[in-house]
Design a protein around this ligand. Structure first.
Ligand code: NAD
Ligand code: MG
Length: 388
């Protein structure tokens, strides 16, 4: 079989590297056409030398010279900046675009990929959160092929194969609960960046690690599921499952619950997305049933994780409000990571920004981008009042 031609956007991140590992373990199955990253030029050069793509792209223009110098004797095309990166998502003769960019910065590349009828292997959940009003009708009309990499959505996608869409009663989204599941609410004010980054079951990039600690990640995943599976937020239940073995479940009308299980390893959902509609032999995340742990489930504590409750309201409001929630969160998380505000300020900033915004019901892409920028301005103002 001809190797699948793949573009990887965000190749230097946690998902990007796992994706390249899957490709490395399956020689002959994929041809890497392009690799793109924001600023980690050293790793991008290393990845170029191993995978020999036709294009490499760096978003941060200050790193372009170093890239060009290192690859001066190579037959590679070097691209620089946001719009060059987006153009890679529409390259002719590419089968799959992997979007492993972090944040709403990934939206344009996702739009470009689907508008060129590429398969979009999507880790960048923010695309579906922010661009829900654009993607949902495309998905419903079969005009977008989106292959989710997010482990929960991969599990739901696989579980949905057990019945018809009209037979689905609920989706049960599992959550590890993050590092503060057992911490008393009174102690949330003193949470440090290091504590928040130390996720108990997954090793991920910094932004999603903080989102897991606040449970905003699960909030974004509710909205992601609404877009991807055309289901109302009220039919998506969240359950805490600290072992991260059951990746999510679908309950059908007859009360049967179908789940997908594995040890937590993102290379498994990546493999499923990259080879879809086939399943290939692979040991990533393979269960050891001789050493099976207890699998436990409990409800989330919404007093400790108020942004999870807010995400549900945001999902129900829809329009451009999910973009506002997401943008405010990105600003607040960045400030927390830079040690400018405390952990609980993230909630304050996101809630204030959402409360200050009137929704636009059927936004265009331009409306969404404007809502995103305005929310960032409001969130920065809100940060000024809490800066420590
Ligand atoms: P990361 O921070 O490790 O990597 C982010 C990648 O995006 C890097 O390659 C970086 O160069 C690139 N990037 C950052 N800003 C960019 C910009 N403005 N333009 C272009 N490229 C940019 O993040 P990650 O943990 O790999 O997460 C990537 C995405 O996958 C996120 O949307 C996250 O929510 C999602 N996701 C991650 C995991 C995980 O296990 N890490 C699991 C599920 C979903
Ligand atoms: Mg997830």
């Amino acid at each position: 079989m001809k190797p699948r031609s793949v573009v990887i956007l965000g190749s230097t991140g946690s998902i990007g590297r796992s994706c390249l590992d899957v490709i490395r373990q399956n020689p002959g199955s994929f041809a890497v056409r392009a690799l793109a990253a924001h600023s980690n030029v050293e790793l991008l050069i290393e990845q170029y030398r191993e995978f020999r793509p036709e294009y490499v792209c760096i978003v941060d223009a200050t790193k372009a010279k170093a890239l060009a110098q290192a690859l001066a004797s190579e037959k590679v095309r070097i691209l620089v900046g946001d719009s060059d990166l987006v153009s890679l998502a529409g390259l002719p003769d590419v089968d799959l675009v992997v979007n492993a960019i972090v944040g709403a910065a990934g939206l344009k590349a996702s739009l470009e990929a689907v508008s060129h009828q590429k398969g979009l292997a999507l880790a960048n959940k923010e695309s579906l959160v922010v661009g829900g009003p654009i993607f949902r009708p495309m998905i419903e009309q079969g005009k977008a092929t989106i292959l989710p990499i997010d482990s929960e959505h991969s599990a739901i996608w696989q579980s949905l194969l057990s019945g018809k869409r009209s037979e689905v009663r609920d989706i049960i989204l599992t959550a590890s609960g993050g590092p503060f599941r057992e911490l008393a609410l009174e102690r949330f004010g003193a949470i440090t960046v290091e504590q928040a980054l130390a996720h108990p079951t997954w090793k991920m990039g910094p932004k999603i690690s903080i989102d897991s600690a606040t449970m905003v990640n699960k909030g974004l995943e509710i909205i992601e599921a609404v877009t991807l599976f055309s289901i109302s937020a009220s039919k998506i239940k969240v359950v805490i499952h600290p072992q991260s073995i059951v990746h999510s479940m679908v309950e059908f009308q007859d009360s049967s619950v179908i789940a997908q299980l594995s040890r937590p390893d993102m290379r498994l959902p990546i493999t499923y997305a990259l080879f879809w509609p086939d399943r290939v032999r692979s040991d990533f995340g393979r269960m050891d049933w001789a050493d099976v742990q207890k699998l436990t489930f409990e409800p989330p504590d919404l007093a400790k994780f108020p942004l999870l409750r807010l995400a549900r309201e945001v999902a129900e409001t829809g329009g451009d409000i999910p973009a506002v929630y997401n943008a405010a969160n990105e600003i607040a998380v960045e400030a927390f990571l830079n040690r400018q505000v405390g952990f609980t300020d993230i909630y304050r900033v996101v809630a204030e920004t959402v409360a200050q915004t009137l929704p636009t019901a059927e936004p265009t892409v331009a409306d969404i981008l404007a809502a995103d920028s305005e929310a960032r301005v409001k969130a920065r103002k809100s940060l000024e009042t809490v800066r420590c």
